[in-house]
Design a protein around this ligand. Structure first.
Ligand code: PMP
Length: 407
């Protein structure tokens, strides 16, 4: 069944038509960053050609035009994730910034007896800020373990929760394995002990639509560059009362109410967390990227990517010595994380690159997962809705060739 008009979608992405090392580019590193459609590129060009001015401060018309465009992007983000209020959407430079903003805020709230839980399959950006927080507060960091299948062990999670648990951090989807975690259950269980939950949505946002109110999640983070938007922009969603409670992250212009040398009072949400001139064109393009993906539809995207993943899984399993890490296609997004017996992932990646195929190799900023499997890293092929079955065929052919050259 033809779910998408893939030829017409691919026409929207100029970069997909270039060559790498003399071969047509096959871009299978979508989990690291997605490619950008013409509509989003045009939006950035239009901003600098027609709307460029600083926002929220000018009395002049151009500043108002830029402010309106930026705030309408915030409204698109709010609507997409179904936040109750626009001011619950804090525009950040991406997931890393969003997580650090929250971690910094809790430095003045947590006590030494408090515990925080982080899953065994987190990206370093959802581990390191919490370790830094624990160093400041003396609180304890505990780990929700994962199984050999690459899924969280929910029984162990339940055992870890207690009256000292204050915060829980889990990614919605693992970047290294693609696992879709049962976040609704994780959130509901945490709330039973009054713990707050931050879900790292960096890898879920390209594949599925999260409804922050239905999830009842406390904080949710996203990077625009994984969902067809530009780099260096993203969002933090937080429940209004929690964002009001958190102290500001950075001080500066835009985030104040009144400043004297004796005392400063802070602006309300969202400005309290948006010090300085933001990535204005990036924020507007973030909105355009959501428009682009919503026009295709997330259900269609998910169904199409599942077809690609199932096909790629079947084909790669025909190659002797391949081991796939992680769960079965129904429980993950379009990620194949694998190794070939006797070969180093880096060597495979390097040879694939010579054949025009871009994959990621290494620990994928999730070293604890590699330690769990006792491997230095994996080869990760991650697919997007603009990839085709023909590209998977090229990848499988190239992989067989690389194997025969290396073994
Ligand atoms: N969390 C996850 C699960 C990710 O995949 C990434 C990006 N690889 C991040 C966090 C960090 O996102 P960014 O680099 O855009 O801040």
């Amino acid at each position: 069944e033809q779910l998408l008009d893939i030829d017409s979608i691919r026409k929207d992405f100029p970069i997909l038509h270039r060559e790498i090392n003399g071969k047509p580019l096959v871009y299978f590193d979508n989990a690291a960053t997605s490619q950008t459609p013409r509509q989003v590129i045009d939006c950035i060009v239009d901003y600098y050609e027609n709307k460029n001015a600083n926002i929220h401060r000018g009395v002049h018309s151009l500043s108002q035009i830029a402010t309106d465009a930026y705030e309408s992007a915030r409204e698109k983000v709010r609507a997409h994730f179904n936040a109750k209020h626009g001011h619950e959407i804090i525009m950040t430079s991406g997931t890393t910034h969003s997580i650090n903003l929250v971690a910094n805020g809790y430095a003045s709230i947590l006590k030494p007896e408090d515990e925080i839980l982080v899953s065994a399959m987190e990206h370093h950006s959802n581990i390191v800020p919490w370790q830094m927080l624990c160093q400041k507060t003396g609180s304890k960091l505990k780990v929700i373990p994962m199984s050999e299948k690459g899924e969280l062990v929910m029984e162990a999670y339940k055992d870890l929760l207690n009256e000292h648990t204050k915060l829980v951090f889990v990614n919605h989807v693992s970047n290294a394995l693609g696992t879709i975690n049962p976040i609704k259950e994780i959130i509901d269980l945490a709330h039973q002990v009054n713990a707050k939950v931050l879900i790292d949505g960096a890898q879920s946002a390209p594949h599925l639509k999260a409804d922050v109110q239905a999830l009842d999640v406390d904080y949710y983070t996203v990077s625009a560059h994984k969902i067809c938007g530009p780099t260096g922009v993203g969002m933090l969603y937080g429940k209004e009362e929690l964002l009001n409670m958190l102290p500001p992250y950075q001080g500066g212009g835009e985030m104040i109410d009144e400043v004297t040398f004796e005392e400063t009072t802070y602006a309300g949400l969202p400005h309290k967390f948006e010090a300085g001139t933001p990535n204005i064109s990036g924020g507007i393009a973030f909105g355009a990227a959501l428009d682009y993906m919503n026009a295709i539809g997330f259900d269609t995207i998910a169904a199409y990517e599942m077809q690609l993943l199932i096909y790629a899984t079947e084909e790669i399993e025909k190659i002797d010595g391949v081991r796939i890490y992680g769960t079965t296609p129904e429980h993950k997004t379009a990620v194949l994380s694998f190794n070939i017996e006797g070969l180093h992932p880096y060597d495979i990646g390097t040879l694939l690159d010579k054949m025009g195929i871009a994959v990621r190799t290494g620990h994928h900023c999730a070293q604890p997962i590699m330690d769990f499997y006792k491997i230095p890293g994996t080869v990760r092929a991650s697919f997007s809705f603009y990839n085709s079955k023909a590209e998977i065929d090229s990848f499988i052919t190239a992989l067989k060739k690389a194997k025969s050259m290396l073994l």
